[in-house]
Design a protein around this ligand. Structure first.
Ligand SMILES: Nc1ncnc2c1ncn2[C@@H]1O[C@H](COP(=O)(O)OP(=O)(O)OP(=O)(O)O)[C@@H](O)[C@H]1O
Ligand SMILES: [Mg+2]
Length: 150
């Protein structure tokens, strides 16, 4: 479920392995989450796959556990960032997540790219998210390929 173009980049661009975060962005159904799941499965060590909205909402209730995981995990995936407009506490939570995870493997998926993330998030979060590797998923909605239209 990793598109060939992405696979090629992961295999040949060794420099990418040392940057963080990775942002996979593109339209709905373009395959971002599936690719993130595949990378998550292949990554060694302790990993966490989080829905961004749920994590930001539950952040202050579970701050200690989340912080510990952010510090210890070998890979964190934050799926669907900026799917909805966050509240101010949720924005604070996201900024803290990005700070605590700075320099460590963090894979973020979003429907919004570097040009648009700051319209839903604030510029401080957007800047941190786009500071590593940004990869656009350009394929058309794959869900529609299996749709039955009569
Ligand atoms: N590389 C692939 N080859 C074929 N089908 C794929 C591939 N990647 C994903 N798909 C199919 O496309 C569907 C949508 O993929 P996915 O959920 O990863 O999209 P998404 O970009 O995360 O969408 P959204 O923005 O709505 O979250 C999946 O159900 C899967 O069956
Ligand atoms: Mg998705």
């Amino acid at each position: 479920m990793i598109p060939p173009s992405l696979r090629r980049i992961l295999e040949t661009r060794i420099d990418i392995l040392s940057v963080s975060p990775w942002l996979f962005w593109g339209k709905a159904g373009s395959g971002k989450t599936c690719a993130a799941v595949e990378i998550y499965k292949r990554w060694g060590g302790m990993r966490a796959f989080w829905d961004a909205q749920k994590t930001m909402s539950a952040f202050f209730e579970h701050e200690y556990t989340i912080r510990k995981t952010l510090e210890d995990a070998d890979l964190i995936v934050l799926d669907d960032v900026a799917a909805r407009s966050p509240t101010n506490p949720q924005l604070d939570a996201l900024r803290m997540i990005l700070e605590w995870r700075r320099g460590k493997p963090l894979l973020i998926t979003s429907n919004l790219g570097p040009d648009a993330l700051d319209t839903v998030l604030d510029d401080r979060c957007a800047s941190r998210i786009c500071a590593g590797w940004c990869h656009e998923f350009k394929d058309a909605d794959r869900r529609l390929l299996g749709a039955i239209i009569t």
